[in-house]
Write a protein that binds this ligand. Structure first.
Ligand SMILES: *[C@@H]1O[C@H](CO)[C@@H](O)[C@H](O)[C@H]1NC(C)=O
Ligand SMILES: *[C@@H]1O[C@H](CO)[C@@H](O)[C@H](O)[C@H]1NC(C)=O
Ligand SMILES: *[C@@H]1O[C@H](CO)[C@@H](O)[C@H](O)[C@H]1NC(C)=O
Ligand SMILES: CC(=O)N[C@H]1CO[C@H](CO)[C@@H](O)[C@@H]1O
Length: 576
């Protein structure tokens, strides 16, 4: 999950104990910097040696959320404390809904992150779980490293075996004690509705919609869709009525595996779902069994953009490309608190200390861990240098050596995955970096329309906004990716400026290559750039001409290459 950040700051109180009563923070912290633990697993699943992204880093944990939410004042205080305590990186897997998100200077995470950045502390945040619709990404300020989530090459399958011998593959994590030897009667929610309950409700196992007498002892089939209630609640509906198990038909066909604990459960797509319903409708005594979960290793393709991962562009500005980067965020093994486990473990089972969880909340600390790794090798690098190193070296290929896809088998766009999936070891030696300074961020705020007075009081500076200030100038902020919200076909070339700093071999000449979308002319000037011992920073221009392109967002990249270095800058350009 991407814990929600409540807005009601006056009535909420975070309880005084520093203990994690929810488990979300423990799980994410262990992903960022958990120690190396041999033989970790979730009740036998995902078995192996667990370790965080940077296991030798130390963790300082600040509790900002309670069961009521995450008050803005507490978030700000925690960031202040962390900065004072001298942390290097702050990992925040918290965010509001994209449609409720306040402007940058009213958003406690953005304000806190700005101050951290000003003090040289890097801030990495989850981009949200409101995908796959566009304009859902949050935590999109340019001083925040915004993370999207990907599926990894490990899946969890819970097969359904029908009375007629057919076997279908579903996805779930369960502790069911059912075995192949006995089958159970199978029924569709609609056919076992409580009296007077509306069909759409019974069809989707809505609370109160099923007749408990008819549910008892059966495996129930329901839709995941309208009316929308969580899988947890649907499972409780079935469990409370003494069902033997639950098969959910997921109309979106894409979602993270659900952990149903000891209750037999599986989730199938609509194609399989309709086959199961057809079997029910054409048999007098349909029956089924849900088999125990098995782990499927080395799934191809992977990574794939996670269905739930929030998509760009950001509603707050389309002139910075967001999300920035993608990292694993589906069914990730991480540490949990013992309290969490009481709820999921079956009777008599020894707690293992781990759980499999999904969300950009889990993707974010992967990037935090990777950033810490870069920081450990380059302790003097600023957060923008570390971010740039991870961004220009990210990969856009999956384990089939094909471009990363988005879950519907289409190539993923930068609005879905940012610049691509993190490739932490490559980021240790990026060759060139884009440095983004506090002054860049202050100019960004001016261009974005914040009043100079507000910017000054927020940043505690005497900063003067440039006299010429408009939203399109944001595209010229020295960011490691390029986004242009409006490229007018009739206006010829639009020029974007960038500068790069050499962090590799001192004497080196880079050559640019462009991957331009169809119909768009993209030129880099100069085509070659040379660094010397006394020439560390070089500027270049990118010219975009969309006069022959079709309308809408187009994507491409510019790569600077020299010897072993390959520095990739992604662009997103909206042609109008
Ligand atoms: C994948 O991309 C295609 C084309 O951009 C889009 O139509 C589709 O909705 C996307 N799928 C998901 C799950 O986002
Ligand atoms: C499975 O466990 C439940 C209790 O958790 C028990 O009532 C049931 O009889 C068990 N079923 C089998 C097949 O062992
Ligand atoms: C870089 O070039 C300069 C002069 O061309 C030379 O003096 C210097 O040794 C070179 N540095 C390296 C590391 O090759
Ligand atoms: C994930 C998991 O624990 N699955 C269990 C499902 O049930 C079978 C049978 O009891 C177990 O063997 C699996 O371990």
């Amino acid at each position: 999950m991407h814990a929600s950040n409540g807005n009601n700051t006056t009535q909420m109180r975070v309880d005084k104990s520093p203990r994690d009563t929810v488990g979300h923070g423990t799980h994410t912290a262990s992903i960022a910097a958990g120690a190396i633990v041999a033989n970790a697993s979730y009740h036998g699943l995902a078995q192996g040696t667990a370790r965080g992204g940077s296991p030798f880093f130390r963790i300082a944990a600040y509790k900002v959320c309670s069961e009521d939410g995450c008050p803005g004042s507490t978030i700000l205080k925690a960031i202040d404390d962390a900065v004072k305590d001298g942390v290097d990186i702050i990992s925040i897997s918290i965010g509001t809904s994209a449609f409720l998100q306040p402007d940058f200077l009213k958003d406690p995470i953005a304000i806190g992150a700005f101050h951290a950045e000003q003090m040289g502390v890097m801030v990495v945040c989850s981009g949200g779980n409101e995908g796959p619709d566009p304009f859902t990404v949050t935590n999109a300020a340019p001083w925040i490293f915004t993370v999207a989530a990907s599926n990894i090459d490990r899946g969890f399958h819970s097969k359904v075996l029908l009375g007629n011998g057919r076997i279908f593959q579903g996805s779930a994590i369960n502790f069911s004690n059912l075995t192949r030897t006995e089958t159970y009667p199978l029924a569709y929610g609609k056919d076992i509705a409580a009296k007077y309950s509306p069909i759409p409700e019974a069809r989707s196992c809505y609370p109160g919609s099923l007749d408990p007498e008819k549910v008892k002892g059966k495996i129930i089939v329901c839709f995941d869709g309208f009316p929308v209630v969580s899988r947890t609640i649907k499972k409780l509906v079935a469990e409370d009525a003494n069902a033997k198990g639950l098969i959910l038909i997921n109309e979106n066909d894409e979602s993270a595996p659900f952990d149903s604990g000891p209750f037999p459960f599986t989730e199938v797509g609509t194609t399989i779902g309709y086959k199961i319903l057809k079997y029910i409708n054409s048999n007098k005594n349909p029956s089924a069994i849900i088999l125990p979960t098995v782990e499927i290793p080395r799934i191809k393709p992977a990574p794939v953009v996670a269905y739930f991962s929030s998509r760009g562009p950001s509603v707050l500005t389309e002139n910075i490309l967001k999300p920035d980067i993608m990292a694993p965020g589906v069914a990730i093994l991480g540490a949990i608190t013992p309290k969490d486990e009481e709820e999921s473990a079956s009777d008599g089972e020894k707690p293992g200390g781990y759980a499999l969880e999904s969300g950009t909340s889990m993707a974010c600390p992967h990037v935090t861990g990777a950033s810490a790794l870069v920081k450990s090798v380059h302790p003097k690098w600023t957060s923008s240098m570390i971010r740039s190193a991870l961004m220009t070296t990210a990969t856009v290929y999956d384990n089939m050596r094909k471009p990363v896809t988005n879950g519907s088998a289409s190539f993923a766009t930068p609005h879905e995955m940012g610049v691509g999936e993190i490739s932490p070891v490559k980021a240790l030696n990026p060759g060139l970096v884009f440095e983004t300074t506090t002054e860049d961020y202050l100019r960004f705020l001016c261009y974005n329309g914040s009043p100079e007075k507000t910017i000054r009081s927020m940043s505690k500076t005497k900063f003067k906004c440039p006299t010429k200030s408009s939203d399109d100038l944001i595209s010229n902020i020295n960011y490691p990716s390029i986004s242009i919200s409006k490229l007018e076909k009739s206006k010829g070339f639009l020029t974007i400026k960038r500068s790069v700093t050499n962090v590799g071999h001192p004497n080196v000449t880079y050559t640019s290559t462009v991957q331009a979308p169809m119909g768009m002319k993209v030129k880099v000037l100069p085509k070659k750039i040379t660094f010397l011992e006394n020439v560390k920073r070089v500027s270049f221009k990118v010219l975009f001409d969309g006069s022959e392109a079709s309308s809408g967002y187009k994507f491409g990249s510019i790569t600077w290459s020299a010897a072993q270095y390959s520095v990739r800058t992604v662009f997103a350009v909206n042609v109008e």
